[in-house]
Write a protein that binds this ligand. Structure first.
Ligand code: PHE
Length: 337
């Protein structure tokens, strides 16, 4: 019996489990009720009394060895299982590529179109004073038009606000007094609105401003028409509807033929065949005056659009909140080459 135990002990010590299942089979073979060790303990009953002490010690040595091996090799499988969750070895080699946020992609594409037309990018602060967001743009105090843009106030006096549009950047550029001006102002804006599928309290705009001698509404129409053909594809129709903004006169809103149904009528265009994409107009002489530009000599046009809205149309996204949730399943669909 002694030799038998020693032989088993060498076998056991040489054992190395290849898998969790192999280890479990090893446990069953040695430690279960019908296993090798139970059988040896059964044989032990027949051992002569003078041999019992030595045999008992040998048997226990074997049992402990099996238990130690089990514990030891178990650990190794536990750690393997943990890393398995993070590291799927069956995946193709190579790291996953990061991707730009869809709003950055759309902003860059729009910027590029206007840059090719000679516009340069201008930036300004997100925390602004009342003058740059409202007063210089022809919103007198208590003017009801201020209600059009629900404002977040930082302090009430002096009036410090989160900018509600990037028109404030246009004012800052006009103040510098260098003419002509041909800028676009992309950036984040803030309005105190309830968050829904169609609105958010934070969103992004690109506004444009062109001031020179003899700038007319025809220039405005042609610039925006060109932008639409470039961005939404040739053949996209545009139409201008009269509108109102305190800082432009004449003012208009521009619609494009729905790029989803091609103008036939669908849910996105509410069966009209048209979707509104921006506001625009000829700069009101008052805003030129507020920035020391002579309205007798210079005229200009301005326009402003929401980047989220353009991205929703371009990618057929029907819930604006998707842009802010940063769900990786949404974002990874915008991977670019
Ligand atoms: N600033 C306007 C807005 O945020 C958009 C606009 C810009 C309209 C320029 C006309 C001219 O709604």
């Amino acid at each position: 019996m002694k030799e038998k135990i020693e032989q088993i002990l060498t076998e056991v010590k040489a054992f190395h489990a290849e898998s969790k299942e192999a280890l479990e089979n090893f446990r069953i073979a040695y430690l279960s009720k019908k296993g090798v060790i139970a059988a040896l303990f059964n044989d032990f009953k027949q051992v002569a009394p003078e041999m019992r002490k030595e045999m008992g010690m040998k048997l226990n040595e074997l049992k402990n060895a099996v238990q130690e091996i089990l514990e030891e090799q178990q650990k190794q499988f536990e750690t393997t299982t943990d890393t398995k969750n993070d590291l799927d070895l069956s995946l193709p080699a190579g790291m996953m590529n990061g991707s730009r946020h869809p709003l950055s992609i759309v902003r860059n594409e729009i910027n590029d179109i206007f840059k090719r037309l000679g516009f340069v990018i201008a930036e300004g602060p997100e925390i602004e004073d009342d003058f740059h967001v409202f007063s210089a743009l022809n919103f007198p105090p208590d003017h009801p038009a201020r209600d059009m843009q629900d404002t977040f106030f930082v302090t009430k006096s002096p009036d410090v606000v989160l900018r509600t549009h990037t028109s404030s950047v246009q004012v800052r550029v006009m103040e510098q007094g260098k003419l002509p001006i041909r800028i676009i102002a992309p950036g984040r804006v803030f309005r105190n609105e309830a968050i829904s599928a169609r609105a958010h309290c934070i969103f992004h705009q690109i506004e444009g401003l062109y001031i020179d001698k003899n700038v007319s509404f025809a220039d405005l129409k042609q610039t925006l028409y060109h932008f639409v053909q470039e961005y939404f594809g040739e053949g996209t129709k545009v139409r201008f509807r009269p509108s109102y903004f305190p800082f432009t006169e004449t003012s208009a809103e521009m619609d494009i033929s729905c790029n989803i149904c091609g103008g036939e009528g669908c849910n996105i265009c509410k069966h009209t065949g048209w979707v509104e994409i921006l506001g625009c107009g000829i700069c009101d002489p008052n805003i030129l005056k507020a920035c020391n530009i002579d309205p007798e000599e210079y005229t200009g046009f301005a326009f402003g659009m929401g980047i989220e809205r353009i991205a929703m149309l371009k990618y057929q996204i029907n819930d604006l909140r998707m842009f802010f949730e940063n769900d990786i399943r949404f974002l990874e669909q915008f991977e670019q080459a």
